[in-house]
Design a protein around this ligand. Structure first.
Ligand SMILES: [Cu+2]
Length: 164
């Protein structure tokens, strides 16, 4: 499935720059962030998810996400547990070299908890990804996520409730 990972890194970058530049929302020397979006909310909804595709040139790890849009920002994953889709906080997400990692409904996502306000479709939410490399050096990568309607793609499950 991931043919790209066996290509030299230079080729991966050339490809990313040539083919997908229109959808690259953030890119530094080592990390490309594509299709970053946040699910819009209804009034009084206190949490929502942010999704994107991350490709790190070198082995790395997403260890934290920051945003002014919410009081708490957590990295979550959803997984089947006793036939029920459940989500839980994870300490980070590994980013293998040259391999796209999807944060998507039903899988990994960034959770915004205690939102500063309602997020309407088309709104932009600024986030900062904190990425650690193999030598534990941290880099901060800004990301601009655009809000998509509530019903965009597969809903991150009806049971996406929070005990926070
Ligand atoms: Cu979540």
């Amino acid at each position: 499935m991931n043919k790209i990972s066996i290509k030299p890194l230079a080729a991966v970058f050339a490809l990313a720059l040539a083919g997908f530049s229109h959808s690259v929302l953030a890119q530094d020397a080592g990390l490309s962030v594509q299709d970053a979006w946040v699910r819009a909310t209804v009034p009084n909804q206190h949490a929502t998810g942010v999704f994107m595709r991350l490709t790190s040139a070198a082995p790395g790890r997403l260890v934290a996400v920051e945003s002014q849009a919410a009081k708490h920002v957590e990295v979550h994953e959803m997984a089947m547990q006793d036939n029920v889709m459940k989500m839980r906080q994870v300490p980070g997400i590994d980013l293998p070299a040259g391999q796209a990692v999807e944060l998507k409904p039903g899988g990994y996502h960034v959770m915004l908890i205690d939102l500063a306000g309602q997020i309407a479709p088309g709104d932009h939410v600024q986030l900062t990804l904190v990425v650690e490399d193999a030598s534990r050096q941290q880099r901060r990568v800004p990301v601009d996520a655009v809000a998509r309607p509530l019903n965009a793609a597969a809903a991150p499950a009806a049971g996406h409730g929070h005990g926070h």
